[in-house]
Design a protein around this ligand. Structure first.
Ligand code: SF4
Ligand code: SF4
Length: 75
């Protein structure tokens, strides 16, 4: 029997460019992303990967982010 290892993904938010619109958080079905309690230099609560191990690599967050500040890598 072959057991396939679940593929891992790494979500990178360029936090200094995030305007805190929360679109990526709304579209992430596994609820990987959350609004940080901290502020970035522009004064926004930036998005961050609160549960990175739950990422399915669907790329929805990268597609909805108006400022293209999210990247997802398969590892
Ligand atoms: S790639 Fe999909 S599952 Fe992973 S953080 Fe983005 S929206 Fe969520
Ligand atoms: S969609 Fe982009 S700009 Fe909006 S909160 Fe997410 S990372 Fe930030």
């Amino acid at each position: 029997m072959i057991i396939k290892k679940k593929k891992a993904y790494r979500v990178v938010v360029k936090q200094e460019f995030c305007k805190g619109c929360n679109l990526c958080i709304e579209y992430c079905k596994p609820r990987v992303l959350a609004s940080s309690p901290s502020l970035n230099e522009m004064g926004y609560h930036y998005a961050e990967a609160a549960k990175p191990g739950e990422c399915t690599g669907c790329m929805a967050c990268t597609l909805v982010c108006p400022d293209l500040v999210i990247e997802v890598y398969g590892e």
